[in-house]
Each structure stands twice: as C-alpha cells, then as structure tokens.
Design a protein around this ligand. Structure first.
Ligand SMILES: C[S@@+](CC[C@H](N)C(=O)[O-])C[C@H]1O[C@@H](n2cnc3c(N)ncnc32)[C@H](O)[C@@H]1O
Length: 231
C-alpha cells in the first residue's frame, strides 16, 4: 500500500483550505499555471514539443498530463499509488504503477522531457537522490527535467502545507536545494521560475505581472528546469 492510497478516495476534498480557496476557486488554476510555465519554457528555447516524449513522475490523478498531452508526441505517467492513478490519469493516457520509490518503470533514455510536480517533498532520505538518478537514466541526451515544488520561503504556502493532511510528512525544499539535488543527479539547472504570486481573480486580468516577478523567490511555488548534459 502506497502512502497516497489512503488520500485518493477524497483527494480533492482533502486539499481544500480556506487560504488556498481564497487564492483560487479550485485545483484547475494551479495545474493550468504549471502547464503555462512549461509551454513558455519550450517557447523561449525554440523547442518543438510535438517531437518529444514526456513522462510525468508522481502524476497522481493526471491533471497536468491531461492539459499537456495533446502537445507532445507521447505523454505517460507513473506513480507509486495505484489508487491515485485510478482516479483519472489512466483513462486517456498511459500510466504505470511505480513499485519502487527510487526507480522509474521505464527503460534508459526513453523520454525527452520529465516532470515531477509536488513529488519531491514526499520523498525522503536516500530516495531523493535515487529518484533523481532514475530521472537522469530515463532522459535522453539533452533531455529536460522540470521539478515544481512548494516554496518554503512563502509564509502562505507554509501555512497551507502545515494544515494539509496530505502533507503530514512533507519536507519542503527551497529552490537552491532543488538545484543542488538536480546537480547531484547530473542535471544542469538552466532556469528557475517563481510563480503563484497573484490569486486567480487578479492573475486573469494581469497575467504578465507574474513574469516580472519570476526571479523573486517569494511565490507560492517554483519550477526548476534542468538539462541532462552528460551522457
Ligand atoms: C502531492 S501529489 C502530486 C500529484 C501530481 N503530481 C499533481 O501535481 O497533482 C504527490 C504524488 O507523488 C507521488 N509520490 C510519492 N512518492 C513518490 C516517489 N518516490 N516517486 C514518484 N512519485 C511519488 C504520490 O503517490 C502522489 O501521487
């Protein structure tokens, strides 16, 4: 039994929090913002995702995959929790059960792009390093890894995490720590984007403001993009 199996039956309900609900009317906004960041990363680098194979590690219910899959050649997910996968990810997109916390159920060099969204703060001790090495293993030369995490330097994020039952075991990582972890996993960080500064109601009128603050390490979450540079 995986840790998240116990949360899966009422996952969306468990995530609800008065502060989170003030920021956005639902989880869809948070998934959409992540997808926008990914799109903007590839647009800025001139990368054509329609020629790429994407793996979302710890995909959970697969909402991000659902948004991004049409833009990739293939999109797949994996997760140690069968019950999280059963909530939706598997309906339209191929997903695999990950039976070992530190090893991904895919052959070497299978993907051009790998994401892990809000996964690493649930991974502890040696498993963090092992997971990063496995991500390096499944990436093709020059492939991109994107890690998205809660920002421990944002007080609202810390409060929401402290109150959320799903995060009872959470060990938050700052962006500098995430970058060091990537480097230890032989991935070269090339961009850090801070986001979730503005609540949904303001963001929809002023989306460009978030870009202005992208280098300020104070948003609700951050994304670190790294490249597999040694083969
Ligand atoms: C907070 S949920 C995030 C799910 C999804 N990525 C999202 O953004 O909605 C964390 C997910 O990470 C998965 N997870 C926990 N440990 C993991 C590990 N070592 N490798 C891969 N996934 C893991 C859990 O089963 C869970 O589905």
């Amino acid at each position: 039994m995986s840790e998240f199996d116990q949360y899966a039956p009422s996952y969306d309900e468990i995530l609800r929090d008065p502060l989170r609900d003030t920021f956005s009317s639902g989880s869809a906004f948070f998934h959409r913002r992540k997808w926008e960041l990914i799109q903007s990363f590839f647009a800025d680098r001139g990368g054509d995702t329609s020629n790429m194979d994407w793996l979302d590690v710890g995909c959970g219910q697969g909402e991000l995959l659902g948004l991004g899959a049409p833009h990739f050649r293939t999109a797949m997910g994996c997760d140690p929790s069968n019950k999280m996968l059963a909530n939706g990810a598997g309906d339209a997109i191929e997903v695999r059960l990950q039976s070992q916390l530190g090893d991904l159920p895919f052959p070497n060099q299978s993907f051009d792009f790998v994401t892990a969204v809000c996964v690493y703060h649930h991974v502890h001790g040696q498993d963090r390093q092992a997971l990063s090495q496995s991500i390096h293993r499944v990436l093709r030369p020059g492939g991109v890894f994107c890690m998205i995490e809660h920002n421990p330097w944002n007080p609202a994020t810390r409060m929401i995490v402290r109150r959320c039952p799903v995060d009872v075991d959470a060990e938050l990582m700052s962006a500098p720590l995430a970058k060091r972890l990537m480097q230890a996993g032989r991935l070269r960080p090339v961009r850090t984007s801070n986001f979730l500064f503005l609540p949904e109601g303001i963001y929809k009128h002023l989306p460009k403001i978030e870009k202005v603050f992208a280098k300020v390490p104070a948003g609700g979450q951050y994304a670190v993009f790294g490249i597999k540079h040694d083969f």
